[in-house]
Write a protein that binds this ligand. Structure first.
Ligand SMILES: NC(=O)c1ccc[n+]([C@@H]2O[C@H](COP(=O)([O-])OP(=O)(O)OC[C@H]3O[C@@H](n4cnc5c(N)ncnc54)[C@H](OP(=O)(O)O)[C@@H]3O)[C@@H](O)[C@H]2O)c1
Ligand SMILES: *[C@@H]1O[C@H](CO)[C@@H](O)[C@H](O)[C@H]1NC(C)=O
Length: 308
């Protein structure tokens, strides 16, 4: 017995520093997780009889937003470029929400023709559109072009959504009170609109491009809100938080090994897509924001008692 206690004591003294570091790191990660968790949308509003269209809803933040809208009873349209993946997501959403009224429509925001086709389909076949959520996005891809020759990030994140929103405005106006929710990013804060080289042909920098596209989202929200004043259509832009999704798909493979090793624990810390959907949901349904328009939303840190 004595030997055993000695052995333990020996182990602790020998590895004291290591154990202390592990404990502090563990506690630190837990505290940071808690601090980063963020709030939830508490609105219990039902959306029975209403229609919601969400772009890029086959994965990530868009899929979780769609699930929430389905749980509230809405007819939910997943507007996605990969119809196969979108159908799988739609099945999951139907099962988890118990709402069978979830449909997939094809939308590739990197093609204005595809945007026009989708808008036409919606105009012709949908009776109403109560909530449009411009969620799809591409981040830090290589220097790619859309079908129409636009720089990819600006083309998908802003121009495609700009056209889509304008084409759906009549239907939104017929369905008032209705809302347009634009998923931007904190990255817009360092953004600059390069009017002389809007597609960054002269000097393409993937981060500069992402920031510009996300700033365009915020500016579009403000301008659209002012043009729609008094119509009953309100507009919101937002930062969802830093969320564990597929958004890093173009960035991660380009990182050096050491960078990936540094990034991995950070990825474990960041929020779930369900948490990331909360700000979109808040802007889409919360009663307190019914008369707000043109504003940018960003979650404050977690309130005591929040259950996420
Ligand atoms: N995650 C974060 O930390 C974070 C932070 C700030 C802002 N945001 C914003 O949040 C939004 C949602 O991103 P996420 O994090 O959920 O990323 P994600 O998991 O990569 O999802 C992005 C979605 O956009 C779709 N998409 C991409 N290009 C498209 C195109 N040409 N046409 C139609 N759909 C297209 C994707 O479809 P496929 O699956 O077919 O590619 C996918 O459904 C984005 O606007 C992003 O900028 C995210
Ligand atoms: C919005 O405006 C209407 C009409 O002025 C008012 O009745 C309602 O209480 C307002 N709602 C909020 C949440 O401010």
């Amino acid at each position: 017995m004595q030997n055993y206690a000695d052995a333990i004591r020996h182990l602790i003294t020998r590895h004291a520093t290591g154990l202390a570091v592990a404990c502090i790191a563990g506690a630190g990660i837990l505290a940071l997780r808690r601090w980063m968790a963020g709030g939830v949308c508490r609105s219990k509003v039902r959306l029975d009889g209403k229609t919601v269209l969400i772009t890029g809803a086959n994965t990530g933040i868009g899929k979780e937003t769609a699930l929430d809208m389905a749980k509230r009873g809405a007819r939910v349209i997943l507007a996605c470029r990969d119809v196969t993946r979108a159908c799988i997501a739609a099945d999951e959403i139907r099962q988890q929400s118990g709402n069978g009224n979830v449909v997939v429509k094809k939308l590739d925001l990197a093609s204005l023709q595809s945007v026009r086709d989708l808008a036409k389909d919606v105009e012709e076949n949908e009776e109403r559109l109560d909530i449009l959520i411009n969620n799809a996005g591409v981040m830090m891809c290589p220097k790619w072009k859309t079908d129409d020759g636009f720089e990819m990030q600006f083309g998908v994140n802003h121009l495609g959504h700009f056209l889509l929103t304008n084409l759906l405005l009549d239907l939104l106006k017929k369905s008032t009170p209705s809302r347009v929710v634009i998923v931007s990013s904190l990255a817009h804060e360092k953004g600059i609109i390069d009017f002389d080289d809007i597609h960054l042909d002269v000097q393409y920098e993937r981060e500069t491009s992402y920031r510009q596209s996300k700033l365009a989202n915020v500016l579009f929200c403000r301008e659209l809100a002012s043009r729609l004043q008094g119509t009953g259509v309100t507009v919101y832009s937002l930062h969802p938080g830093v969320i564990r999704t597929e958004l890093g798909r173009h960035l991660l493979p380009t990182l050096a090994l050491w960078q990936r090793i540094v990034v991995t624990p950070i990825i474990m810390l960041i929020k779930s897509p369900a948490a990331g959907a909360q700000t979109s949901i808040y802007c889409a349904v919360d009663e307190s924001q019914a008369n707000a328009s043109g504003l940018y939303y960003r979650q404050e840190q977690r309130d005591p008692g929040d259950d996420l």
